[in-house]
Design a protein around this ligand. Structure first.
Ligand code: TPP
Ligand code: MG
Length: 362
């Protein structure tokens, strides 16, 4: 998949532009910063520079990403998974539009590549903690659209008997919650038990969730206790209807650094490039047992939930979309049609199932 420019279109709101800038322009600490970090703690040798793992791609890299052959950069398996998630999410919005679904849902349209990038880097004994926008996280982990749709529709075969719905899924070592800020402390607790095993706890949170105090309590202990905790931030520049710069002072990077936690910023949507950047960092979380924050600069292409996008439609239309980028790929047309057809068949089949049953007694 070719990379795409992170240049924000003129119609983009200022917050996103600021965020991209903060992710792109990693700067070394000033002398005062070094001095204050170097005094007192056992981490005296840790400077901000040593916590910074990100570096903006060289100009040559950007050029090769922009012009590289698409078929060389996206595998069939990745493309199929990306398209599975995309068509699943589109089908959900369609079902809501037709009054076939109750409650609410938050689609990950535009952000599908984040969990797809992580898929080969996570292991079966890792734990994954997801949030309210978690369908892509689940599908990338289990490739189970039938179970997830049945869960959301309350039909037989539902992952949690239909009582969890879109946001509250429990399966093996996977747990999602719609309560912002709830998952990070829980993930930190699980990471405490994983120390030394080579497994890690991976938790997805949005930019807006950095407004929750529990995030900082968890980061504090994760750093103090050297927990194998991988925090994936999907910074889509907005929280419901609030642009990030209207609610987040400073940067996520600096907040992680305040706890002595490493931070890596990802601005690429090229899966190969992303994996080559983050694979060694994730390996180090396992082998050296420490927390790591990886912040993706990404874009929410759909509404917050459904029909509630407060952004001008023209602004949303111009946001980067991996889907447009992979269209020239020879594999695309056939894979896209196959995914669309498969999801349509699943919608028909799951909709016809009897309602799921749940009993507190199991
Ligand atoms: C504790 C809590 N407060 C408020 C909400 C309502 N709420 C759901 S999603 C959301 C915004 C989340 O923004 P962000 O973390 O940036 O994630 P995004 O929706 O952009 O993926 C809010 C305020 C909630 N679910 N939990
Ligand atoms: Mg957000």
């Amino acid at each position: 998949m070719p990379g795409m420019s992170q240049t924000i279109p003129a119609t983009e709101s200022p917050p996103t532009a600021t965020d991209r800038a903060s992710l792109d322009t990693e700067s070394s600490p000033g002398a005062a910063d070094r001095a204050s970090l170097a005094t007192g703690s056992p981490e005296a040798a840790v400077t901000r520079a040593s916590l910074d793992t990100e570096s903006p791609p060289a100009a040559a890299d950007r050029a090769s990403l922009a012009t590289g052959s698409p078929e060389a950069a996206v595998t069939r398996a990745d493309l199929e998974l990306l398209l599975l998630i995309r068509h699943f999410e589109l089908a959900l919005l369609d079902l809501f539009g037709r009054g076939e679904l109750n409650g609410t849902t938050h689609t990950c349209l535009g952000q599908e590549y984040v969990p797809v990038a992580l898929t080969p880097l996570l292991q079966p004994d890792d734990y994954v903690f997801s949030n309210h926008r978690g369908h892509g996280h689940y599908l990338a982990r289990y490739q189970d659209p039938e179970g997830l749709l049945a869960e959301i529709m309350g039909r037989e075969g539902a992952i949690c008997s239909g009582v969890g719905g879109s946001q509250h899924i429990l399966r093996d070592r996977y747990l999602s919650t719609g309560v912002q800020g709830e998952s990070l402390p829980v993930a930190a607790g699980v990471a405490l038990h994983l120390r030394g095993t080579g497994a890690l706890a991976c938790v997805y949170i949005g930019d807006g969730t950095w407004g929750e105090g529990s995030v900082y309590e968890a980061l504090n202990l994760a750093s103090l206790w050297n927990l194998p905790l991988l925090v994936i931030v999907e910074n889509n520049g907005i929280a419901q209807s609030t642009p990030t710069t209207c609610q987040l002072a400073g940067t996520i990077r600096d907040r992680a650094h305040a706890f002595g936690i490493r931070h890596h910023g990802v601005t690429s949507i090229d899966l190969t490039e992303i994996r080559s950047q983050i694979a060694p960092l994730i390996t180090s979380v396992r082998t050296d047992s420490h927390p790591l924050v990886i912040e993706f600069a990404t874009h929410r292409l759909g509404p917050h939930s459904k029909g509630d996008d407060t952004r001008p439609p023209d602004q949303v239309r111009h946001l980067p979309d991996w889907y447009r980028q992979v269209q020239p790929t020879p594999l695309f047309a056939q894979a896209d049609e196959a995914a669309r057809t498969r999801i349509a068949a699943i919608v028909g089949e799951v909709s016809a199932r009897p309602l799921s049953r749940w009993s507190a007694c199991g």
